[in-house]
Design a protein around this ligand. Structure first.
Ligand code: FAD
Length: 469
């Protein structure tokens, strides 16, 4: 009898433990994707990007004589129907760790088992299962550095190789049509604007990893902070959808470290930040929705999404060049450099005294590398309310940060058109991307700061002191 492999965020063939195990049974393998409520709830850009991943992976599977069966509805209902239609006796999947997926998968597993179907979940999305990293007292880590020390020398197996073929069943169950799902419906600018910035699929992700390790990892420790330089791996969008495994990146990084490439250790540390985010989400799922440190409840954040300053922040019109460049980069490319993420998050939560959840939600709409754990951790880290967060009183100055990390203004000039006689194509593409209702034009005057760098610092520190911190 066939094995159903239920794919969710693991669109690759290599280093895929669940798929590997399915193939090892020697039975026919039926890959399935289910468009259920959690898929429906995705933000505009992540949903659009997921649609691209599905289309790409469909072709990949077809190339191996297989298929991707698409179904829409509640996961358990759909899996039960597929079990009945195909006679499958087992369902395998790669684990996810956000609370909604955990609740769903726990229910699915119990219900399938109760009807005699073997339901089995596998690792693969992470390098270290969150419950396998423990402090000496058997608790979880709340601070990054000891977490890093606990995992940095763990043995790494070679990644699993891709199956050369996927045994097909005698007959395939019916599949829905991906185009009819309209995964792009909320993403007005997807195809025209963001698509050229997407790195789609497993082959492209692997090629990028190889090139990054060859050309960039040696200097990554220095260049990773310079937003105008293509000095980081850019693999977060592929990691988010499992088009490459973290384990594959880790393995490549460890080899580079062994070869003496200086920046390799820093790269490994960044991969472990992703693990740490999942560790925190697993042990304290409230990180997604609430101040991780409850003493932040009652902090006088602005929670009005429509406040003029918040709108200016979203539109990249704060008058602070680093913030605006980064927000425009986000809107056009679906990505933002990590330095930019830290600056715009600091500016929103400190200078504009606005709740981190407003920023978290905007990123969730706009990022093609959106990841629930990293996004929540990043926002709470920036705001000061998170575990191991940057202290609230340490307020990034977006003006001196620009001098430090974009001294020649290559990044600011790439994204800001106003006032330039010869604006860059990227800066102009922003004005093609935005909705007409924003009523902005490249010929506008560049705005004065909504809150100036030093003024915002004072506002933030006053609020912090008034709260009695
Ligand atoms: P590289 O520098 O090449 O790093 C390699 C990998 O390590 C990344 O692909 C990523 O998986 C991981 N990584 C690096 N930095 C971090 C970090 N600070 N936290 C967690 N993992 C990290 N990352 C996301 O993948 N999705 C998000 O939704 C997301 N939201 C963020 C929100 C805020 C406010 C902040 C401050 C950071 C956020 N990050 C998020 C983390 C980080 O900015 C991105 O992972 C990074 O910019 C991706 O670029 P890269 O792939 O070139 O990273």
């Amino acid at each position: 009898p066939p094995v159903l492999i239920w794919l969710r965020r693991d669109f690759r063939l290599s280093d895929h433990p669940a798929l590997h195990a399915a193939c090892a049974t020697g039975s026919p393998v039926i890959p399935v994707f289910i468009h259920d409520d959690p898929v429906d709830a995705l933000g505009a850009a992540p949903k659009w990007r997921l649609g691209l991943a599905l289309e790409n992976f469909q072709h990949r599977l077809e190339g191996l004589g297989s298929r991707l069966i698409l179904r829409r509805g509640a996961a358990l209902d759909q899996l039960r129907e597929l079990v009945a239609e195909t006679g499958a006796t087992s369902v395998y999947w790669s684990r996810l760790y956000d609370p909604a997926s955990v609740a769903r998968d726990t229910e699915v597993k119990a219900a399938l088992k109760a009807q005699g179907v073997m339901a089995k979940s596998f690792g693969g999305h992470l390098m270290f299962e969150p419950w396998t990293v423990e402090t000496k007292t058997g608790s979880f880590y709340k601070v990054y550095t000891p977490f890093w020390n606990a995992v940095k020398n763990r043995a790494v197996d070679a990644p699993l190789t891709a199956p050369s073929k996927l045994p097909a069943p005698d007959s395939w169950p019916a599949s829905e049509d991906l185009a009819a799902w309209h995964m792009d419906v909320a993403m007005n600018r997807g195809a025209a604007v963001v698509r050229p910035h997407v790195r789609l699929g497993e082959a492209a992700a692997q090629a990028r990893l190889a090139r990054f390790i060859d050309e960039s990892v040696a200097t990554y420790d220095c260049t990773r902070d310079v937003p105008a330089v293509d000095g980081t791996s850019g693999l977060s969008e592929n990691l988010s959808l499992g088009e490459i495994s973290a384990h594959q990146c880790w393995h490549a990084g460890v080899r580079a470290r062994e070869e003496g490439k200086r920046g390799a250790e820093t790269f490994l540390k960044e991969l472990v930040w992703r693990e740490f985010a999942y560790h925190l989400m697993h042990h304290t799922p409230r990180i997604l929705t609430d101040n991780w440190k409850p003493d932040w409840d009652g902090f006088p954040w602005n929670t009005d999404d429509t406040a003029a300053a918040v709108v200016a922040w979203k539109q990249g019109r704060t008058g602070i060049a680093f913030v605006d460049a980064a927000m425009r980069e986000l809107y056009v490319t679906g990505r933002m450099h990590n330095r930019g993420r830290m600056i715009v998050a600091s500016y929103l939560t400190k200078h504009l005294l606005t709740h981190w959840k407003i920023g978290q939600a905007w990123f969730e709409q706009c990022l093609i590398d959106w990841d629930p754990a990293s996004n929540a951790m990043g926002w709470q880290w920036s705001a000061g309310s998170g575990p191991d967060a940057t202290p609230y009183f340490r307020v990034f100055n977006p003006v001196t940060q620009l001098d430090k990390f974009d001294g020649n203004r290559a990044y600011a000039n790439r994204w800001i058109a106003e006032g330039k006689t010869d604006p860059s194509p990227d800066a102009l593409s922003y004005f093609d991307a935005i909705p007409r209702s924003w009523k902005l034009s490249a010929d506008d005057k560049y705005p004065a700061p909504v809150v100036a760098a030093d003024e915002g610092r004072k506002v933030a520190l006053d609020a912090y002191e008034n709260k009695g911190f």
